[in-house]
Unconditional design. Structure first.
Length: 414
């Protein structure tokens, strides 16, 4: 860790951190033995952001084993919420639900593959809704085993916007034969506004050519406005997903790499090889993430990246909707789903909303099986380079044909 601090890209920042940072003071306690070098000791210290920064510095220096911080915080949060519950039959059921459903599922997701962070919002909303429902039933003197559909309908009316989050708890209770099978309707889809197409292309033009803007913001903004990427997926991109060949730059967003035209391709390679202009103290010299954050070895947080993009007039949700509509009006559903890693039904709905190819690949009974066959073929082709190459050539040819026509039409309109 000392070597990493001494090798900081900005020596002044390292000195400033040693003299003034609360995390440095916390590290001094570890060096003197006043604080144990464990995750549990840092958790108990309650140092907030200073403790988290020191934790990531120690993990980056291999002084501490890596752990899933979002999952660890979820476990603490669940323990705190359950501590507020009593000790009756209702409380025992509420303790079993997060233990065998919420936390178990979160651990499974965290262990499947390397992610930027484990999503925990749905888990928290489900547990809070379950606690609120049980309290509401207790006020009515209705045991959970005797709940009927009419009670749930009343709860959905009185429980507010978050009442629908109780669906997972009721499904779990029905599987355990604690309740009858009860129906909670899904959330109605809300169609938001999309960024004006002329405004979108004006922002893209500025991002592509204004060198005074940080390269991180330029690349991230273009990926949102041109390839409709979610911020949560964007910060999870790694440098290994940027593939360069003799004649093109590719970025793997979905099933396979997508051709990135110039000058965005050159910007993407520069960001992958050179990294951000400023990173935190003790950050590794070789980055895994395409968008590294200030915490060593960690990517930018989606909300922080969204705030950075907002400075240039990029509203992420409207901009992403505009990009999806633009692509969906020009690409078949199967290609759109493969390119952006969308669910087949989601791709079909976007293509239908954009007035795309509704007679062929827009039908769910055709697009879904076709996408599954493409993905299955790609999986088999990993051991057969020739097949993988043919699959990639067919995909890129179809995609480039649409992107080329789009670029020509935009240049003509400009």
């Amino acid at each position: 860790m000392c070597d990493a601090i001494a090798a900081a890209r900005q020596p002044y920042s390292a000195l400033n951190w040693l003299e003034r940072s609360a995390s440095a003071a916390l590290g001094a306690q570890i060096s003197t033995g006043a604080l144990s070098l464990t995750h549990e000791a840092l958790d108990a210290a309650g140092a907030g952001n200073a403790g988290e920064l020191l934790r990531q510095m120690l993990v980056s220096a291999d002084a501490l084993p890596a752990r899933d911080e979002a999952l660890a915080r979820l476990e603490v949060w669940v323990t705190d919420r359950l501590g507020e519950v009593g000790d009756d039959d209702r409380a025992r059921l509420l303790r079993a639900y997060p233990t065998w459903r919420v936390l178990r599922r979160a651990r499974q997701r965290a262990g499947r593959a390397a992610r930027a962070r484990t999503a925990t919002r749905y888990a928290k909303a489900s547990l809070l809704a379950a606690i609120a429902l049980c309290d509401w039933l207790a006020q009515r003197d209705v045991p959970l085993s005797e709940v009927r559909q009419g009670d749930i309908d009343d709860w959905l009316v009185e429980g507010g916007p978050s009442a629908r989050s109780v669906r997972d708890f009721l499904d779990w209770a029905a599987e355990r034969k604690t309740t009858a099978r009860l129906v909670v309707p899904g959330r109605p889809s809300v169609e938001g506004t999309a960024l004006d197409d002329h405004a979108r292309w004006a922002i893209v033009e500025r991002l592509l050519h204004d060198s005074t803007i940080d390269l991180t913001d330029r690349v991230a903004g273009c990926l949102v406005l041109l390839y409709a990427q979610q911020l949560s997926r964007l910060v999870g991109l790694t440098v290994e997903q940027v593939v360069t060949t003799d004649d093109a730059v590719h970025l793997r967003l979905g099933l396979g790499p997508v051709v990135i035209p110039e000058p965005l391709g050159h910007m993407l390679v520069t960001l992958a090889t050179g990294g951000r202009a400023y990173v935190g103290v003790c950050s590794p010299t070789v980055h895994t993430w395409l968008f590294p954050g200030l915490y060593p070895g960690r990517p930018l947080h989606p909300s922080h990246l969204g705030q950075r993009l907002a400075r240039y007039g990029i509203a992420v949700m409207p901009g992403r909707r505009a990009a999806l509509m633009h692509l969906a009006s020009r690409l078949p559903a199967a290609v759109l789903a493969e390119m952006l890693n969308l669910h087949p039904t989601t791709a079909v709905h976007w293509v239908a909303a954009a007035g795309g190819d509704s007679e062929h690949l827009c039908r769910p009974d055709r697009a879904g099986p076709l996408i599954l066959r493409l993905r299955s073929a790609a999986g088999r082709a990993e051991s057969r380079p020739v097949s993988a190459l043919r699959l990639r050539v067919r995909r890129d040819h179809h995609l480039c044909r649409y992107l080329s026509s789009t670029n020509r039409s935009e240049e003509h309109s400009t």
